[in-house]
Ligand binder design. Structure first.
Ligand SMILES: CC(C)(COP(=O)(O)OP(=O)(O)OC[C@H]1O[C@@H](n2cnc3c(N)ncnc32)[C@H](O)[C@@H]1OP(=O)(O)O)[C@@H](O)C(=O)NCCC(=O)NCCS
Length: 135
């Protein structure tokens, strides 16, 4: 495994949460804004771990809410790097809902987001890891 592949592997991030009443909307399921905050946090962790540079969110391309996540669910957020550019990288973040008593997981939300590495002036700066054959 080369340095690039190792970085991708090491940046894979998994966070487990419980959906409390204060995380829900008017119908007792996970509030979309809360889900997006969790997604942004996991995407940030993934891209920071991958680059080990200062990164900011530049775009959340698309968020698909496939099934509702009821209060009391366990949720697992899983994130990984799926594209690396010059200064930007894309993270895929998925939320799986898990039944507390049965344990089965179902994909509930997916999002793709782009982060940019920035320098001291908060302007884009070259990523220190690139997808080449010699690293
Ligand atoms: C992120 C920021 C520094 C980028 O500045 P910019 O002048 O747009 O950057 P550039 O046009 O030079 O593009 C830099 C990279 O970002 C990518 N990019 C820029 N805008 C993008 C967008 N809307 N969607 C996807 N990628 C984008 C470019 O493709 C480029 O990628 P590459 O270097 O890998 O080829 C600037 O937009 C910014 O400060 N935004 C606010 C960030 C913020 O406050 N985030 C929320 C809190 S973390």
């Amino acid at each position: 495994m080369n340095n690039f592949q190792q970085r991708v592997k090491n940046s894979t991030t998994q966070v487990t949460k419980l959906v409390f009443p204060h995380d829900t909307n008017h119908i007792g399921t996970l509030y979309g804004g809360t889900a997006m905050q969790w997604i942004d946090e996991v995407g940030f962790l993934v891209c920071t771990r991958f680059s080990r540079q200062k990164v900011v969110t530049v775009s959340i391309d698309r968020v698909d809410f496939k099934v509702p996540i009821p209060e009391g669910s366990i949720v697992e957020l899983k994130g990984k790097v799926i594209r690396v550019g010059n200064t930007s990288m894309t993270a895929l973040v998925q939320i799986f809902r898990e039944n507390m008593f049965k344990g089965d997981q179902e994909l509930a939300v997916t999002a793709e987001m782009v982060f940019v590495a920035v320098g001291g002036n908060n302007r884009p700066t070259q990523l220190s890891v690139h997808q080449t054959t010699d690293n």
